[in-house]
Design a protein around this ligand. Structure first.
Ligand code: GDP
Length: 528
């Protein structure tokens, strides 16, 4: 034990807040992220996050797809300091085709901010991401955005959260008017009003009041909006859930904040409340039990691998969530799966604008490790005893295609590309068990096929053809008396990379029938 190191790690852990923003595309995630970074002084100009997105497009070849479609394929990490906290924002790809990466990124977060467009309410992508957070039991904070536009009533939105997501909510503030009439919000916790000033909503005035009946509000907001506000808040006081810290920490109650990211309205209050309420880095699960972040020995796991950050090299960056101890540049750690010690000499942290070299980092931080091809998603690194983290969910593919290589002479490059791209974890590969030697790819989102095709050509020089198959479900089958002839109608038997048997089904009916007819067999959604 080294008391001063333990104390140092404890202090650093206490300071940290690592979270992800979950939302449907267009809800305003980029805008909100930018405003948060501005408060932290991590960037000087609004627009830089977008600009960075754009410059990444310009320099990166395979991200052309991203550019053409205007979506964000990759995710990154941004860090800033605010009021004594060190904040790590994990940016998550918003497009549904990239949900696996997003899901994995969520395991690196200790809490989530759910961003919702006031007019659109809870949308498809938000539901999926919410469910992953729910399963992990992390606290979820809600920011209702675009209050400067007409939208759903706050009560309707609370009802929607409950009906669609099954989570109760507690408004931390409440809008005074909405859309063109929006004049501010009432902060229920601090009993103060925050008012927009001027037509461009550019300045904000904060006034402390006794409670929502304080005549100051009436003076500022007028009779109509004040009456509405008072009746809303009275109703909330009587019928709403009280604020319950324990329930928030358990992810059973979501605090709601109202605001407008683009006008920078309500963002600072949100940030300050969030930093107070959000958890510091929490223990992560390993095969030998939870790993306490304040432990002296360094440990972490790789949750994402990103290729071609620099198109001039075929390098990859492995993103590692630090789970315990202190990271120091140049330190030697155990690569548990590879059963060897490696030196972490080129770690990079992803600040708002540039890649910086990290000298030290602590639990809750994300570091990018230069990867010459030794890491896989889920790999654990540790100092001292070998820790194997058990955090990453796996996914059952839903879309399948047969692959053929146009030029047979390129088979070696194809194999290499296939190995590397499947290691990154967005594509699963299966082999047919019949007479034909077929390779089948399985993904969760269609866009992954396009990325695969594009990268095969751009990075490995291999032209491939993908033939979509009609299968929709994959189930790993464990059966002592497996009879392949049973899986011919509306289904097929294949093997995964590790020689496990997998049945692909064309529809739910075929799958149900197979499960009923094979009571002794086990059908698993993911690899055993
Ligand atoms: P993302 O896809 O979630 O990253 O969304 P963006 O941050 O790119 O925002 C999508 C669009 O919504 C952009 O045109 C933003 O300017 C706009 N937007 C973001 N926040 C607000 C807001 O508070 N009010 C209004 N009216 N528009 C907003």
């Amino acid at each position: 034990m080294n008391p001063s190191l333990t104390e140092e790690i404890k202090q650093e852990v206490d300071k940290r807040r690592t979270f992800a923003i979950i939302s449907h595309p267009d809800a305003g995630k980029t805008t909100l992220t930018e405003k948060l970074l501005l408060f932290g002084g991590a960037i000087r100009l609004a627009g830089s996050v977008k600009a960075r997105k754009a410059s990444r497009h310009a320099t990166s070849d395979w991200m052309e797809i991203e550019k053409q479609r205007g979506i964000s394929v990759t995710s990154s990490v941004m860090q800033f300091d605010y009021l004594g906290h060190r904040v790590n924002i994990l940016d998550t790809p918003g497009h549904q085709d990239f949900s696996e990466d997003t899901f994995r990124t969520l395991t690196a977060a200790d809490s989530a901010v759910m961003l919702i467009d006031v007019a659109k309410g809870v949308e498809a992508q938000t539901i999926k991401l919410f469910q992953v957070c729910r399963k992990r039991g992390i606290p979820i904070f809600t920011f209702i955005n675009k209050l400067d536009r007409e939208g759903k009533s706050p009560f309707d939105l609370m009802e929607e959260l409950e009906q669609v997501l099954g989570i109760r909510s507690v408004p931390m503030n409440w809008p005074i008017g909405m859309g063109r009439e929006l004049c501010g919000v009432y902060d229920r916790m601090k009993s103060q009003v925050e008012l927009f000033q001027g037509n461009d909503h550019s300045t904000i005035e904060v006034k402390k009041v006794g409670d929502y009946n304080d005549p100051i509000i009436r003076e500022m907001a007028g009779d109509y909006l004040t009456d509405q506000l008072i009746s809303d808040l009275e109703l909330l006081d009587v019928a709403g859930d009280p604020f319950d810290y324990e329930k928030v920490q358990a992810g059973e109650l979501t605090p709601i904040f109202f605001g407008s990211a683009v006008n920078n309205f309500g963002v600072q209050t949100f940030l300050e409340n969030f930093l107070q309420l959000a958890p510091k880095p929490t223990p992560r699960n390993s095969l030998s039990g939870p790993v306490d972040p304040t432990g002296e020995k360094f440990s972490g796991y790789v949750f994402k691998i990103q290729a071609n950050m620099n198109p001039a090299h075929r390098d990859r960056i492995a993103f590692l969530r630090i789970c315990s101890g202190r990271f120091e540049r140049g330190m030697s750690v155990r690569h548990v799966r590879g059963k060897k010690d490696i030196k972490l000499s080129q770690p990079q942290q992803f600040l708002a604008q540039d890649r910086d070299i990290v000298e030290t980092a602590y639990p809750g931080d994300i570091i990018g490790l230069f990867d010459p091809g030794i890491f896989r998603i889920g790999d654990s690194l540790s100092q001292g005893s070998e820790i194997v983290f058990d955090e990453l969910p796996t996914f059952s593919p839903e879309i399948f295609a047969k692959v053929t290589v146009k030029n047979a002479l390129k088979h070696k490059q194809y194999q290499k590309g296939l190995d590397q791209l499947t290691e990154e974890g967005t594509i699963q590969v299966f082999y047919s068990t019949g007479n034909f030697d077929e390779t089948i790819l399985g993904v969760v989102g269609h866009l992954q096929f396009e990325v695969f095709e594009h990268r095969m050509k751009a990075e490995y020089g291999v032209d491939i053809l993908l033939h979509r198959m009609t299968f929709q479900f994959a189930r790993w089958i464990i059966d002592d008396k497996l009879d392949p002839s049973k899986f011919r109608i509306n289904s097929t038997l294949v093997k995964d990379k590790k020689d496990n048997y997998v049945v692909l089904f064309e529809n739910e009916y075929a799958m149900r029938t197979a499960i009923d007819k094979n009571p002794t067999a086990k059908f698993l959604e993911t690899a055993p």
